[in-house]
Write a protein that binds this ligand. Sequence first.
Ligand code: HEC
Ligand code: HEC
Length: 347
Amino acid sequence: MRKTIVTLSVALTVVAGSVAASDADLRAKAKSAGLEVIPHSLPAVADNPVTREKIELGQMLFFDPRLSASGVISCNTCHNLATGGDDNLPTSVGHGWQMGPRNSPTVLNAVFNKAQFWDGRAEDLKAQAKGPIQAGVEMANQPEMVVITLKSMPEYVERFGRAFPGEADPVSFDNMAKAIEAFEVTLITPASPFDQWLEGNDPALTDDQKKGLALFIDKGCTACHSGVNLGGQDYFPFGLIKRPGADILPPEDKGRFQVTQTATDEYVFRAAPLRNIALTAPYFHSGQIWDLKQAVAVMGIAQLGSEMSDEEAGLIAGFLEGLTGEQPRVEYPVLPVETADTPKPRL
Ligand code: HEC
Ligand code: HEC
């Protein structure tokens, strides 16, 4: 392993003429380590055919603060599409200014994760979308109130009818979640420098980023961070080799143990997806690390037992910056106007 890194970086820095050949080698190595390009077309989701009508409705719902009890908080509050699909806070602030227990992960490319949340407790995006609306520390609403709210606005009734044609009662909590899922399917970020490079465009990554990629593979990061999202596929103990301190891994959040009640799942979390990671500080489920290079160093020690040099951590962080893709262009929707029947805000 170590020998490969040395040979590779020598090839990249010293023998300029052989850069093309080493690009091809590195690309083959990246592919066999399981790294994949973001598809250019929209992915399909289970039991929910994605239509134009559903996407438009889901976009409105994503931005509509009236899904929350207070009328203040929308999905976009904590998953701001102008700032990488997250809120850039250590842990999210929700209903009544309450601080939640975990950092908000990005909604960008979430469709490629095998399951949703840091502990994977929601199997897909439509199951996920029902959670925050009901969570007391997030939007603090009830499904029945959401349906009353939506039914009070004729434009929503009409749009649900068009998005779910032929259904007797289209304005439902389940259909709200399906429409939001359809919108989230569109939130993908193709054509990052890394994707362009993986597709054969050698200069899309800098030489330093290529060194960072080689280290990312050789150090073993790809054992957990691979696939389209460089993560989001499987669960591992945070602290596989050495458990981080209580600031980074607060003892009260036992991760997947809360889902499975299995002792071996204590402090197990989903390997975080790394796309657009440069946009979504602070890092880890506790949101305590603001610097990407430092997050990389923490991973080296905690997951691989490898004390990295500052230079190595910097090169890997530089590669991770090459995972920032084209951000979705989302038009801020004009929302249906409320009526006398719309429930009043409960602050
Ligand atoms: C108050 C802040 C807040 C609001 C409002 C909120 N979320 Fe979240 N969201 C979070 C946090 C925090 C998590 C991680 C929670 C966990 O893992 O336990 C999360 C997780 C997610 C995930 C999982 C992403 C992944 O990588 O696993 C998706 C998708 C998501 N939210 C979508 C939504 C949608 C859709 C709405 C609106 C219906 C919404 N969120 C409202 C804070 C919020
Ligand atoms: C044994 C599996 C494993 C290995 C190996 C591993 N990671 Fe992770 N990684 C995880 C898990 C699990 C998390 C989620 C930690 C948490 O709960 O906060 C994570 C989180 C991260 C995060 C924070 C993501 C975010 O959104 O906050 C970064 C950055 C990261 N890893 C980079 C790396 C790098 C770079 C390497 C190689 C040096 C690496 N990881 C090796 C499993 C692993």
